[in-house]
Design a protein around this ligand. Sequence first.
Ligand code: CP3
Length: 354
Amino acid sequence: MTELKNDRFLRALMREPVDVTPVWMMRQAGRYLPEYRASRAKAGDFMGLCTNPEAACEVTLQPLERYPLDAAILFSDILTIPDAMGLGLYFETGEGPRFKKPVRTEADIRALKVVDPHKDLPYVVDAVSTIRRELNGRVPLIGFSGSPWTLATYMVEGGSSKDFRRAKTMAFNQPEVMHQLLTVLADSVIAYLNAQIEAGAQAVQIFDTWGGALSHAAYQEFSLAYMQRIVSGLIREREGRRVPVILFTKGGGQWLELLADTGADALGLDWTTDIGQARSRVGKRVALQGNMDPTMLYASPDRIRSEVGQILASYGSGSGHVFNLGHGITPEVDPAHAGAFIDAVHQLSATYHQ
Ligand code: CP3
């Protein structure tokens, strides 16, 4: 395999020295980029992009052509796993993701099988190896999946939800049924992420977008326990190098110590947590990724720059910080503002790495 030309993302995740703080953006390939919208129109729709490895590779690389980003992230979606389980994923314009066949009963859940990525999701495995080849060592490639709890909410609700009424009612009234669903999902995520790692993903991130909707006790029982199971089941070294695991629970700032206990290498932070305080809580156990409010990208480039400066100052000197937004970049952002954000991270961070 080609030597990495820029490995500061992987080095920061391992808390090894870097010249400047690495940066990437969740949802960096997406609708705020006109070239993405053109590729999507050519492919027909979003799933058309995901299921065509050449198209997925093209859009993965688009933000890297524009900006000096320090990592690429596979273009796909967390809902490919439930789709492969037969739920029938589709996207209703303006409505977000939907499933034709949500899982609502014990029988529905007992019928689900652990996915075999090579058989059920070959387009994702192929996209990873295509992207890795095309990157040619430019920057590392991140693979990803949803957390079991986050996937379960979409599968039980049949789409997005404000209050997770159906999923939570199942967890409260029939915990053993919910645990059965989460177990099938955790084992599927392990197989899926290991297949991505074997195909060339050099780090992996688990998106626990809805873990923060749970109570303290329910979070540990229904979300954290299954992320722990995944961390324990992942390939951790490949091509002579550590494959770091990043756990991102949106709204999970109060559980950082518990998340660090899983053995993950890094934790993603949303913007509600002060990164300096988070650092003193977790110490040297994990690296931190985050955490500018994505809405800040609507502000002026000067205001974005000062916000980046404040987050860097809060984290302080030394490695162990991967800069990112606290959640995905939104479609209405001006691409020039994303550029100002990325440049500010590189320019203002050098002083913290002397
Ligand atoms: O970060 C990246 O650039 C990689 C690609 C990526 C997408 N989705 C592409 C996408 C990643 C990592 C995801 C993860 C994802 N998908 C999550 C977890 C992360 C998060 O944002 O919390 C969730 C909850 C989903 C499910 C999902 N997929 C939703 C809710 C939507 C609709 C979003 C909306 O605003 O309409 C999607 C569609 C989706 N996934 C798009 C993209 C670029 C937009 C599709 C389009 O082009 O219309």
